[in-house]
Write a protein that binds this ligand. Sequence first.
Ligand SMILES: Cc1ncc(COP(=O)(O)O)c(C=O)c1O
Length: 374
Amino acid sequence: MTNTPDSSIGLPRDQIDTPALLVDLDALEFNIDKLARHFQDTGKQLRPHTKSHKTPAIAHRQLAAGAIGITCAKVGEAEVMADAGIDDILIANEVVGTAKIRRLMQLAARCDIMVAVDAQDNLAALAAAAGEAGVRPRVLVEVDIGHQRCGASPGSCAVELSRLAASARHLRFSGLMGYQGHVVDLEDREQRESGTRQCLQRLVQTREEVERAGIEVAIVSTSATGDYYISTSYDGVTEVQAGSYALMDAAYAKLDLGFRNALSVLTMVTSRPTPDRVITDAGLKSVTPEHGMPEIKSSPSSTFDAVNLEVHALSEEHGRIRTLQGDSDLKVGDLLEFIPGHGCTTVNLHDELLAMRGDRVEEVWNIAARGKVR
Ligand SMILES: Cc1ncc(COP(=O)(O)O)c(C=O)c1O
């Protein structure tokens, strides 16, 4: 019998077909609760980035814990979240091109959508499409605060764009956003914190300049898992877009932020060609390596010594593990869990997330926004 999603509910871990993406519910709940508590007395809002889990069931838990709304990277992700009944959605990205702008306006007709903009042409296209569709979506002017990805330059360029956005009849200018992606995951705490402060300074200075031009700035949206706590004590910032904190991954774990690893890929040993070599069924099509190789999860019930094992390569469908010293006791058919180096892109490879309570599948969640890159 194959494991269809429904038939997986109630299964013990050792009967799950592999590779399978697992979420440890205790760890997920801990992470959601930890960040929600942090925000409680800050006067700032949390708008979690859902590109990290792409799963409406998790977004609903974040909202239930107090998040003001959610962040998405793509229109397709926002459509999935709107279909799941979520109303307040920021697309923290530029939406460009006739087809996507049309979809954005359709979304604006059924939920409170907010979109980033960093160019006058795009602003004009959004305004025209909104007028035609009879909607009035919110826009945030994206400011390049140091990441050198998208964003209008801080200062006069961002002020001028804000002025145009505020005067566009079919758009509601709501404020600014900036993302300091080049510093949020620096392992060196001091570098991360000082880098973030420099970037936030550019963002709030731009806010002041926009306000001096007589334009109200209701929202200043920024930051991620690695630097949320700086934004929540920074005057002028209003909300934070942290995403990875819910599931975490091996790269973020190195920052010692106090969140627990909730995400893993369950994988089975399929071959033991030599005593020091272990091959499993999870390769590049199950777990992504761009932020580092997966780490092997150890648990009190493990029958193997995880610290003596290292994933040293991934083929398409094979995880290649070697021992650091001596031989391994692992046998063909044994199960391991990989903690992905990068959770966000690993999630995007899977259709469903098996929500584990201890060693049992409690729920099966559809990763409904996976693959929604348009
Ligand atoms: C615009 C934007 N905001 C927020 C985040 C959230 O980052 P993290 O998953 O590191 O919390 C990202 C991540 O890529 C992003 O691109």
